[in-house]
Ligand binder design. Sequence first.
Ligand SMILES: [Mg+2]
Length: 244
Amino acid sequence: MPQVRAPSTPFASVWFDCDSTLSTIEGVDELGNARDPETLAAVAELTNRAMSGELALADVYAARLGRLAPTRAECEALGARYVETLVPDARLVVDALTHLGKKVGIISGGLLPPVAALAAELGVADTRVFAVPIHFAPDGSYLHFDVTSPLARNGGKVEVLAARPSDERPIAFVGDGVTDLEAAPVVERFVGFGGVARRPAVESGSEHYAPGPSLATTLPFLLTDEESDLLRSNPSFSALLHHR
Ligand SMILES: [Mg+2]
Protein backbone atom coordinates (compact mmCIF):
# COMPACT_ATOMS: atom_id res chain seq x y z
CA MET A 1 0.00 0.00 0.00
CA PRO A 2 1.62 3.30 -1.05
CA GLN A 3 2.00 6.02 1.59
CA VAL A 4 -0.74 8.63 1.51
CA ARG A 5 0.79 11.92 0.51
CA ALA A 6 -1.23 15.12 0.74
CA PRO A 7 -0.37 17.58 -2.04
CA SER A 8 1.61 20.64 -0.91
CA THR A 9 -0.24 22.95 -3.33
CA PRO A 10 -4.04 22.91 -3.72
CA PHE A 11 -5.41 21.39 -6.93
CA ALA A 12 -7.39 23.95 -8.96
CA SER A 13 -9.52 21.25 -10.55
CA VAL A 14 -10.41 17.64 -9.86
CA TRP A 15 -11.60 15.36 -12.66
CA PHE A 16 -13.39 12.04 -12.32
CA ASP A 17 -13.97 9.15 -14.67
CA CYS A 18 -17.64 8.05 -14.69
CA ASP A 19 -18.13 4.26 -15.03
CA SER A 20 -16.83 2.33 -11.98
CA THR A 21 -15.55 5.61 -10.46
CA LEU A 22 -18.57 7.88 -9.78
CA SER A 23 -21.08 5.13 -10.50
CA THR A 24 -20.83 1.41 -9.72
CA ILE A 25 -22.01 0.35 -13.18
CA GLU A 26 -20.44 0.19 -16.66
CA GLY A 27 -22.77 1.93 -19.11
CA VAL A 28 -22.04 -0.37 -22.03
CA ASP A 29 -22.83 -3.47 -19.92
CA GLU A 30 -26.04 -1.85 -18.78
CA LEU A 31 -27.11 -1.19 -22.40
CA GLY A 32 -26.09 -4.74 -23.36
CA ASN A 33 -28.19 -6.26 -20.59
CA ALA A 34 -31.29 -4.98 -22.35
CA ARG A 35 -30.35 -6.92 -25.51
CA ASP A 36 -30.56 -10.60 -26.56
CA PRO A 37 -27.80 -12.98 -25.36
CA GLU A 38 -26.22 -13.11 -28.83
CA THR A 39 -25.75 -9.33 -28.98
CA LEU A 40 -24.52 -9.31 -25.40
CA ALA A 41 -21.88 -11.96 -26.22
CA ALA A 42 -20.77 -10.10 -29.36
CA VAL A 43 -20.40 -6.85 -27.41
CA ALA A 44 -18.44 -8.57 -24.62
CA GLU A 45 -16.09 -10.13 -27.18
CA LEU A 46 -15.46 -6.74 -28.80
CA THR A 47 -14.69 -5.21 -25.40
CA ASN A 48 -12.24 -8.02 -24.59
CA ARG A 49 -10.48 -7.65 -27.93
CA ALA A 50 -10.08 -3.91 -27.26
CA MET A 51 -8.81 -4.50 -23.73
CA SER A 52 -6.24 -7.02 -24.96
CA GLY A 53 -5.03 -4.54 -27.56
CA GLU A 54 -6.07 -6.77 -30.49
CA LEU A 55 -8.47 -4.15 -31.82
CA ALA A 56 -8.22 -0.35 -31.68
CA LEU A 57 -10.75 1.24 -29.35
CA ALA A 58 -12.05 3.44 -32.20
CA ASP A 59 -13.02 0.32 -34.22
CA VAL A 60 -14.54 -1.43 -31.23
CA TYR A 61 -16.46 1.68 -30.27
CA ALA A 62 -18.19 1.87 -33.64
CA ALA A 63 -18.89 -1.87 -33.83
CA ARG A 64 -20.21 -2.02 -30.28
CA LEU A 65 -22.55 0.94 -30.65
CA GLY A 66 -23.72 -0.37 -34.02
CA ARG A 67 -24.73 -3.64 -32.29
CA LEU A 68 -26.29 -1.93 -29.28
CA ALA A 69 -27.97 0.93 -31.19
CA PRO A 70 -29.19 2.59 -27.97
CA THR A 71 -32.33 4.69 -28.31
CA ARG A 72 -32.83 8.12 -26.75
CA ALA A 73 -35.13 6.53 -24.14
CA GLU A 74 -32.48 3.92 -23.26
CA CYS A 75 -29.87 6.68 -22.85
CA GLU A 76 -32.25 8.50 -20.50
CA ALA A 77 -32.79 5.31 -18.55
CA LEU A 78 -29.01 4.80 -18.32
CA GLY A 79 -28.62 8.34 -16.93
CA ALA A 80 -31.14 7.47 -14.22
CA ARG A 81 -29.25 4.21 -13.49
CA TYR A 82 -25.98 6.15 -13.09
CA VAL A 83 -27.69 8.33 -10.49
CA GLU A 84 -29.23 5.31 -8.68
CA THR A 85 -25.87 3.57 -8.53
CA LEU A 86 -23.65 6.43 -7.34
CA VAL A 87 -20.54 5.30 -5.49
CA PRO A 88 -20.88 5.92 -1.71
CA ASP A 89 -20.27 9.59 -0.79
CA ALA A 90 -19.86 10.70 -4.44
CA ARG A 91 -22.31 13.56 -3.99
CA LEU A 92 -20.74 14.79 -0.75
CA VAL A 93 -17.19 14.55 -2.13
CA VAL A 94 -18.15 16.71 -5.14
CA ASP A 95 -19.87 19.18 -2.77
CA ALA A 96 -16.79 19.31 -0.54
CA LEU A 97 -14.40 19.92 -3.45
CA THR A 98 -16.70 22.64 -4.79
CA HIS A 99 -16.95 24.17 -1.30
CA LEU A 100 -13.14 24.40 -1.25
CA GLY A 101 -13.26 26.39 -4.50
CA LYS A 102 -12.12 23.63 -6.82
CA LYS A 103 -13.51 23.14 -10.29
CA VAL A 104 -14.92 19.63 -10.70
CA GLY A 105 -15.17 17.83 -14.04
CA ILE A 106 -16.14 14.44 -15.48
CA ILE A 107 -14.33 12.78 -18.37
CA SER A 108 -15.69 9.53 -19.76
CA GLY A 109 -15.52 7.27 -22.78
CA GLY A 110 -19.24 6.69 -22.22
CA LEU A 111 -22.13 8.37 -24.00
CA LEU A 112 -22.69 12.07 -23.31
CA PRO A 113 -26.46 12.14 -22.57
CA PRO A 114 -26.34 9.69 -19.62
CA VAL A 115 -23.02 11.09 -18.32
CA ALA A 116 -24.48 14.62 -18.50
CA ALA A 117 -27.49 13.44 -16.48
CA LEU A 118 -25.16 12.17 -13.75
CA ALA A 119 -23.17 15.44 -13.87
CA ALA A 120 -26.34 17.52 -13.47
CA GLU A 121 -27.31 15.45 -10.44
CA LEU A 122 -23.89 16.07 -8.87
CA GLY A 123 -23.91 19.79 -9.69
CA VAL A 124 -20.98 19.53 -12.12
CA ALA A 125 -21.03 22.37 -14.70
CA ASP A 126 -21.83 21.06 -18.19
CA THR A 127 -18.81 22.94 -19.58
CA ARG A 128 -16.68 20.44 -17.66
CA VAL A 129 -18.38 17.25 -18.84
CA PHE A 130 -16.61 15.36 -21.61
CA ALA A 131 -18.02 12.15 -23.10
CA VAL A 132 -18.98 10.86 -26.55
CA PRO A 133 -21.89 12.73 -28.21
CA ILE A 134 -24.56 10.57 -29.85
CA HIS A 135 -27.23 11.44 -32.41
CA PHE A 136 -30.78 10.12 -32.63
CA ALA A 137 -33.37 10.09 -35.40
CA PRO A 138 -36.52 12.19 -34.81
CA ASP A 139 -38.31 9.05 -33.52
CA GLY A 140 -35.58 8.58 -30.90
CA SER A 141 -33.84 5.64 -32.57
CA TYR A 142 -30.05 5.48 -32.77
CA LEU A 143 -28.37 7.21 -35.73
CA HIS A 144 -24.64 7.45 -35.00
CA PHE A 145 -22.10 8.66 -32.48
CA ASP A 146 -19.68 11.56 -32.97
CA VAL A 147 -16.75 9.80 -34.66
CA THR A 148 -14.61 12.92 -34.20
CA SER A 149 -14.75 12.61 -30.40
CA PRO A 150 -11.27 11.84 -29.03
CA LEU A 151 -12.93 9.89 -26.20
CA ALA A 152 -14.00 7.13 -28.59
CA ARG A 153 -10.38 6.22 -29.32
CA ASN A 154 -7.20 5.24 -27.46
CA GLY A 155 -5.45 8.17 -25.81
CA GLY A 156 -8.62 10.29 -25.80
CA LYS A 157 -8.46 11.21 -22.12
CA VAL A 158 -4.81 12.19 -22.55
CA GLU A 159 -5.78 14.54 -25.37
CA VAL A 160 -8.69 16.18 -23.52
CA LEU A 161 -6.90 16.61 -20.19
CA ALA A 162 -3.70 17.89 -21.80
CA ALA A 163 -5.77 20.67 -23.40
CA ARG A 164 -7.32 21.98 -20.16
CA PRO A 165 -6.72 25.72 -19.61
CA SER A 166 -4.14 27.05 -17.15
CA ASP A 167 -6.78 28.24 -14.65
CA GLU A 168 -7.67 24.56 -14.07
CA ARG A 169 -4.09 23.63 -13.14
CA PRO A 170 -2.80 21.98 -11.11
CA ILE A 171 -5.15 19.11 -12.06
CA ALA A 172 -5.95 15.92 -10.15
CA PHE A 173 -7.65 13.06 -11.99
CA VAL A 174 -9.38 10.06 -10.40
CA GLY A 175 -10.21 6.88 -12.33
CA ASP A 176 -10.36 3.09 -12.19
CA GLY A 177 -9.20 2.00 -15.64
CA VAL A 178 -6.12 1.76 -17.84
CA THR A 179 -7.40 4.54 -20.14
CA ASP A 180 -7.47 6.73 -17.01
CA LEU A 181 -3.97 5.72 -15.90
CA GLU A 182 -2.82 6.53 -19.45
CA ALA A 183 -3.54 10.21 -18.70
CA ALA A 184 -1.33 10.32 -15.58
CA PRO A 185 1.56 12.07 -17.42
CA VAL A 186 -0.60 15.04 -18.48
CA VAL A 187 -2.05 15.84 -15.04
CA GLU A 188 -0.30 16.88 -11.85
CA ARG A 189 -1.68 13.89 -9.92
CA PHE A 190 -3.47 10.71 -10.92
CA VAL A 191 -5.33 8.78 -8.22
CA GLY A 192 -6.39 5.21 -8.98
CA PHE A 193 -9.75 4.23 -7.50
CA GLY A 194 -10.46 0.61 -6.55
CA GLY A 195 -13.83 1.05 -4.86
CA VAL A 196 -15.82 -0.64 -7.63
CA ALA A 197 -13.27 -2.54 -9.74
CA ARG A 198 -9.82 -3.31 -8.46
CA ARG A 199 -7.63 -3.59 -11.57
CA PRO A 200 -4.11 -4.91 -10.87
CA ALA A 201 -2.52 -2.95 -13.76
CA VAL A 202 -3.97 0.29 -12.43
CA GLU A 203 -3.20 -0.43 -8.78
CA SER A 204 0.44 -1.29 -9.51
CA GLY A 205 0.83 1.55 -12.00
CA SER A 206 -0.62 4.30 -9.79
CA GLU A 207 1.53 6.30 -7.44
CA HIS A 208 -1.62 7.05 -5.44
CA TYR A 209 -4.40 4.49 -5.00
CA ALA A 210 -7.66 4.91 -3.08
CA PRO A 211 -9.17 1.54 -2.10
CA GLY A 212 -12.81 2.65 -1.67
CA PRO A 213 -15.52 1.60 -1.25
CA SER A 214 -16.31 5.26 -0.48
CA LEU A 215 -15.18 7.95 -2.93
CA ALA A 216 -14.05 9.82 0.19
CA THR A 217 -11.00 7.51 0.29
CA THR A 218 -9.61 9.67 -2.54
CA LEU A 219 -9.69 12.86 -0.41
CA PRO A 220 -6.39 12.34 1.44
CA PHE A 221 -4.70 12.38 -1.98
CA LEU A 222 -6.66 15.39 -3.26
CA LEU A 223 -6.50 17.83 -0.33
CA THR A 224 -3.68 19.78 1.28
CA ASP A 225 -3.44 19.47 5.08
CA GLU A 226 -5.04 22.92 5.37
CA GLU A 227 -7.96 21.89 3.15
CA SER A 228 -8.50 18.71 5.18
CA ASP A 229 -8.60 20.81 8.36
CA LEU A 230 -11.18 23.13 6.79
CA LEU A 231 -13.46 20.18 5.99
CA ARG A 232 -12.86 18.59 9.38
CA SER A 233 -14.13 21.75 11.10
CA ASN A 234 -17.25 21.88 8.89
CA PRO A 235 -20.14 19.74 10.23
CA SER A 236 -21.42 19.17 6.67
CA PHE A 237 -18.20 17.49 5.58
CA SER A 238 -16.31 16.32 8.68
CA ALA A 239 -17.53 12.71 8.34
CA LEU A 240 -15.79 12.44 4.97
CA LEU A 241 -12.33 12.63 6.54
CA HIS A 242 -12.84 9.44 8.56
CA HIS A 243 -12.57 7.21 5.50
CA ARG A 244 -8.88 6.42 5.61
MG1 LIG B 1 -14.12 3.66 -15.48
